[in-house]
Design a protein around this ligand. Sequence first.
Ligand SMILES: C[S@@+](CC[C@H](N)C(=O)[O-])C[C@H]1O[C@@H](n2cnc3c(N)ncnc32)[C@H](O)[C@@H]1O
Length: 260
Amino acid sequence: LQADTTPVGATAPSLYDFAELYDAIVPPGPCEGFYLAEARRARGPVLELACGTGRLTLPLARDGHDVTGLDASPRMLAAAAAKAQAAGLSPRLTLGDMRGFDLRRRFGLVVIACNSLAHLTETEEALACLRAARRHLLPGGTLAFDVVMPGPALLAAEGGWRRLDHGPNPASAIEAEEKASYDPVTQLRTARWRIRPPGQGPVEAAFALRLFFPRELPALLRLAGFEPVALHGDFARQALSPWSLSQVCLARPRRGRHAA
Ligand SMILES: C[S@@+](CC[C@H](N)C(=O)[O-])C[C@H]1O[C@@H](n2cnc3c(N)ncnc32)[C@H](O)[C@@H]1O
């Protein structure tokens, strides 16, 4: 496999240069039922920010929704387009940056799934994304997103390599290892992945992800002009607890003159 785009981190490329590996490492998961339920409840089309290879975009389209997917990676979008064509589906797929975009359209639901917001490592970037999402929502529309829970295991400095497919990502269809460190000042978790596709040499990828703490999220949402509606601990909508692995958020645009 060859990666030819700008490296992330010291020497390794981004995981998103390897769209087919992404699909093997991150197969469909429990988020699908949650976001499908929100789309069915929404009054209006669906916008998925950071849609990647269409892991969620395609099921939304298959469920009959008018769905637009936006992503910054041409390779991930190309994979989404190929899968959509093979499935006879036609979601709108747009190359763009979720920190600032103008689709000249409003939506009943904006989704940011699979910890994608964590790619926005600066608070101003996350706020810019949330504000852009708000501008694209119809009155009464919903923002739905999930980010990981910054539990003790994620925060602990690990030092060595550990198997992702035996730990945090047991759904992975291929062997993958992670070496990570957490900086409590920046709230960034920097990770290096070594992926071993069957029959090929190892592929390395690196990224830095921002961790959002549970009491930060409502504050960020309010700063961006939203009213938080729910903060669940999983996609079955159970309460957030010390054992939760995810933070699953729903928010609505705040009305009135105080809205951002
Ligand atoms: C973890 S993947 C999630 C993909 C998809 N939502 C899913 O559930 O499988 C994160 C995605 O965020 C995209 N991404 C990262 N930064 C972005 C940005 N600033 N604007 C748009 N997309 C971005 C990456 O290209 C990648 O496809």
